[in-house]
Design a protein around this ligand. Sequence first.
Ligand SMILES: *[C@@H]1O[C@H](CO)[C@@H](O)[C@H](O)[C@H]1NC(C)=O
Ligand SMILES: *[C@@H]1O[C@H](CO)[C@@H](O)[C@H](O)[C@H]1NC(C)=O
Ligand SMILES: *[C@@H]1O[C@H](CO)[C@@H](O)[C@H](O)[C@H]1NC(C)=O
Ligand SMILES: *[C@@H]1O[C@H](CO)[C@@H](O)[C@H](O)[C@H]1NC(C)=O
Ligand SMILES: *[C@@H]1O[C@H](CO)[C@@H](O)[C@H](O)[C@H]1NC(C)=O
Ligand SMILES: *[C@@H]1O[C@H](CO)[C@@H](O)[C@H](O)[C@H]1NC(C)=O
Length: 519
Amino acid sequence: MTGSLMEVLLVICLALLCSSASGVTTQVSYDSNAFIINGERRVLFSGAIHYPRSTTGMWPDLIRKAKEGGLDMIETYIFWDRHEPKRGEFDFSGNLDFIKFFKTAQEAGLYVYMRIGPYACAEWNYGGFPVWLHNLPGIKLRTDNEVYKNEMQKFVTKIVNMCKEAKLFGPQGGPIILAQIENEYGNVMGAYGEAGKSYIKWCAELAVSLNVGVPWVMCKQADAPEPMINTCNGFYCNSFKPNNPKNPKMLTENWVGWFVRWGGRKPHRPAEDLALSVALFFQSGGIFMNYYMYHGGTNFGRIAGGPYITTSYEFDAPLDEYGNRNQPKWGHLKQLHAAVKSVEKILTNSTSTTKEFGNANLTMYTNAATGERVCFLSNLNTTQDAHIDLQKDGKHFVPAWSVSILEACNKEIYNTAKISTQETVMVKKPDGAENQSAKLSWQWTAEPLEDRLDGRGDFTGPKLLEQTATTLDASDYLWYMTSVNITDKARTNAILRVNTTGHVLHAYVNGKLVGTLLL
Ligand SMILES: *[C@@H]1O[C@H](CO)[C@@H](O)[C@H](O)[C@H]1NC(C)=O
Ligand SMILES: *[C@@H]1O[C@H](CO)[C@@H](O)[C@H](O)[C@H]1NC(C)=O
Ligand SMILES: *[C@@H]1O[C@H](CO)[C@@H](O)[C@H](O)[C@H]1NC(C)=O
Ligand SMILES: *[C@@H]1O[C@H](CO)[C@@H](O)[C@H](O)[C@H]1NC(C)=O
Ligand SMILES: *[C@@H]1O[C@H](CO)[C@@H](O)[C@H](O)[C@H]1NC(C)=O
Ligand SMILES: *[C@@H]1O[C@H](CO)[C@@H](O)[C@H](O)[C@H]1NC(C)=O
């Protein structure tokens, strides 16, 4: 197909999507087998793109590539610390304009899954909490504490009201059809005891009271109160079961790769393994898949959380830091999405049975009335390929550690280990690169440290300071200087022990540098 014909078709498609998106309301409900969108039974693919981790200029291209890659939905947290850097002073400008981001998704024909939190984690500075919150007298974060709950309620309500005013929720004709309150609280809840349990109940009540008209999830929250849907985050979630059997089985963070620490290795999750985890999830009754991340992007400024998270948040995601397709991952998933979508009608309206079949597990979905079928054949042996004879449904080769999707149970339309998409190979071109970088103009600026110590400049104290309270998070740096006079001759072999972490230490003896350590 010629380029220009492609473009004409694209324009026509976009025009159709735009017209169907505007003015039409989206009603969302669910049962254990499907999301039901305007009466249609659906499985959904979603991908995380955090709006402040790219530039506004990148948004349309990232979202277009997400749509082209077979996604139905974009997911993002809302980052409280960026939006309310000082208490009561808000910023929604530039790449903090999440309303514009959501509208961009809608224009491309995609839904939105909004994770308000307001705790995000996300390898983000202080998990997305503003530092002024930390410094409020009497506050305890993420628990049944009036000071905290009051601030959380104010912020969450503000965000929801902004979305309502912009008519962004599904029933209003907008793209948001899924919302999340809190985030992986189940991981830390134990430490809060009874207060943690009542806090989660309060979060659920707050969410319901906001009346957004779309389902709410709580990820990794085994005791999520109805109507909150508890969901799984992980590399594999096939054995996960929601706490209410009437709720859909959802994977809200499939970790497509991982973040990098300074000096650490660049992580890689092979496309085959990611695809296996997705196919296995659908084989085991899953109906919702969100990739964390679809585009990881960049930790601009000081947004990287700690300890030691790098500036790049690429995550080995299907779109690389700069928005290029990370192949074969992007293409292999695109084909998987198309395969699952082609059998969506059967998956969401049938009963399933699973049995061991030779070296593999065969799961068969059958629509009771029409008899239509789709099968998944999984071979979870990591070394041994399987040759499966399904008798009248034919013979099938299922490589080690892979899942096949069989249309009508007899025709393989996808296998997670068989990659037919092209590979991207990044080539470093020294000449071109040299000439390019010569054209860039670099600037640096010193952090104005003096006015950061609560306005106190340098001073003398008897102990280490609580850093966030001292710097108000305007800097990562505090310089401590101390000295000891050793007069006792018996102590000339003294060893200096410093019990700390996240610090750089320079040690001097009689004014002479004797060593530097990264602690
Ligand atoms: C079949 O599924 C069960 C349960 O998920 C798993 O333990 C087993 O390893 C699978 N067997 C094969 C051959 O893949
Ligand atoms: C589900 O399947 C039944 C037949 O088993 C059919 O009558 C019904 O229309 C289907 N529902 C949807 C929403 O497709
Ligand atoms: C894989 O299959 C081989 C050969 O049948 C068997 O020896 C091995 O235990 C299996 N490994 C796993 C992890 O199931
Ligand atoms: C880079 O610049 C140098 C000097 O202008 C030029 O000689 C060389 O051909 C350039 N290389 C490339 C790859 O453009
Ligand atoms: C160490 O001795 C020097 C010189 O006598 C003095 O100026 C300094 O204050 C002493 N420092 C401490 C920590 O005692
Ligand atoms: C280092 O500090 C921590 C926290 O204050 C303390 O629990 C630990 O025992 C200390 N370790 C040593 C070797 O002093």
